[in-house]
Write a protein of this length. Sequence first.
Length: 45
Amino acid sequence: MDVLGTPYFLLIDMQIGATWMEAPDPNDYPIKMTVEWVKVYEMKD
């Protein structure tokens, strides 16, 4: 699939909380995540 020249989006999600840990404190919100760079690999067939 050739994506050069084609606009696309990469969804980066930060999940908070899990079944194995205590619930997050609502006073800690909102949370901000800054992403400096992302490396994407292509899977060969």
